[in-house]
Design a protein around this ligand. Sequence first.
Ligand code: ADP
Ligand code: MG
Length: 454
Amino acid sequence: MRDECKNIWQEACNQLKNILSEDIYERWIAVIQCREISGNKLCLIVANDFYQSWLEENYLPMIRKAITAISGREMEISLSVDRDSFNFPEKKEKATPAFTPPSMGRKKESNLNPNYVFDSFVVGPSNQFPHAACMAAANTPSRTHNPLFICGGVGLGKTHLMQAIGNHIAAKKPRMKICYTTSEEFVNEYIDALQGSALPQFRKKFRKIDLLMIDDIQFLDGKNRMQEEFFHTFNALFESHKQIVLTSDRTPREMAGLAPRLVSRFEFGLVAELEKPDIETRIAILRKKSELMNLPVAPGVIDFLAARISSNIRSLEGALIRVASYASLTGKSIDLQKLEMLLRDLLDKEQLAIISVDAIQRAVADHYGLLPADILSKKRTQDIAWPRQVAMHLSRTMTDHSFPSIGKSFGRNHATILYAHAQVSERAKEDSSLRQTLSVLKEKVKRNCSQAQT
Ligand code: ADP
Ligand code: MG
């Protein structure tokens, strides 16, 4: 019995080790003990209720899946707290011992990227407003917008702008205590403090800061316990008029698992959103980067990159570096065909990123002589139901959106989308004229979406 328990858990750990990063594994899985198995019940134990709630919120489904796969049957898994079964005299040597004092204030110790300054940030219509808000926060911290909440999609400059505030203040007001961290690090530090019985120090550290920057706060979405801790830190700083800057890939309101009192706190100052840059800004960014990084590229190349990559500035930068290193390695100038080849993966990713469900709905409606509203309506007649299924299928194949998210765009649930996707795929196998229609539609959507970008 005990052996079975040990073996299953050992095997599950091996599997999880392959899926998770070493750090996550050590932090979250290695701390679990398997107590017993009886029938279909498996009982896991952890040392405190923080582990329990965190594991339940984040890793339990993964653990269940691994155990089910190994034991070959659906297992019911319980996770309970038993302090006595654990004695952690010392944590494993790799993890940070208990709690390390903060590295704040002095610039050489700060973890800010020195390249992320206002001077290297290109301003255009897509980011003018967040840029101005960040400049104001940098020049008169805690007196203009507090908190300052910067949001926008991946690779649009949130971290750059946030750190520009930090770098600016570090240079102008060296006595100010600055802390830049990601919300994930904030959480990890909290846990280390918890384990090393250093919570008071943890709280004190964060509450002594003059400028607190927390990047990617969306990580706290749905994590109640951490939100609670963060709420207290936030209030303490806010009440003593310290500047707080936060970033997120969505607005506070769009974080469904964020406690309402935090939503209203986050919205209290200013929420500034970064948009995708237009083509002029993309060209300007590429010129600036090639100058700053000393990467000579032909003007034609810059135009090509700016025209073809528009959804993410990080990809734009990656493409530039790739082309420049190709040129310097081979000593050859690069033609259009080579460019396409060299950047295939980035261009494919871009394609996925720029295509919207909305554009698909419009193109499909147009093709079948309908209105987009018909596609979204509840009408079930065949002349509407079929094109609607085609649009659902294309949304699944042409974007990287999930079934539930596509469901939302059609006002249906995810099962409807799944069903439509399967229906159309099945039919297309047999029906060559349907295949033809689908490929015409795809071309049309791609064309419309790339035109909309430029
Ligand atoms: P995010 O945090 O929003 O994912 P980052 O701030 O990491 O994005 O930006 C991604 C890359 O794009 C960085 O190298 C950054 O310097 C660059 N970048 C983004 N916006 C601009 C801009 N307006 N001007 C210059 N570089 C930019
Ligand atoms: Mg970032």
